[in-house]
Design a protein around this ligand. Structure first.
Ligand code: GLU
Length: 139
């Protein structure tokens, strides 16, 4: 279980995403994270622990952007750490993913993707998704 939402807005979405995550926090409080898109660039803020930690991080390091996604994590694969907090990205930083649930064949996919040169930055099952998309986008 997790809290998951996305917004395509007209004004900065980070405060709206944070507000939405507050309403969804009961669905996962191991960590929380937000990613936004600004001028073709994706930026993330992630924090282990309750949503207040992400809120404090965003106060120190705000995120611009009118398109974004947010996640509160209920960890199933990988410890409760900043590195395992969603959103997760591919090697280029151009594919960003939040995910609810379990990728059952993540070990097999991770082995295959690592052999193809993908570098993983977390212990989660989720991270195989952006790398798999990257692999297919490469053609
Ligand atoms: N399996 C993923 C993880 O452990 C997602 C868990 C969730 O639904 O919050 O990071």
């Amino acid at each position: 279980m997790c809290g998951i939402l996305g917004i395509i807005g007209k004004a900065a979405v980070a405060p709206l995403l944070l507000d939405g995550l507050k309403r969804l926090e009961y669905r996962g409080y191991d960590s929380a994270g937000i990613a936004t898109l600004t001028n073709g660039h994706i930026a993330r803020r992630r924090a282990e622990g309750k949503l207040g930690n992400l809120e404090a991080l965003l106060a120190r390091e705000p995120l611009a952007g009118t398109i974004g996604i947010g996640h509160t994590r209920w960890a199933t694969h990988g410890k409760v750490t900043d590195a395992n907090a969603h959103p997760h990205v591919d090697c280029t930083g151009g594919v960003v993913v939040i995910h609810n649930g379990i990728v059952e064949n993540h070990q097999e996919l991770k082995q295959r993707l690592a052999a193809a040169g993908h570098a993983f930055a977390s212990e989660t099952d989720t991270e195989v998704i952006p790398h798999l998309l990257e692999q297919y986008l490469k053609g």
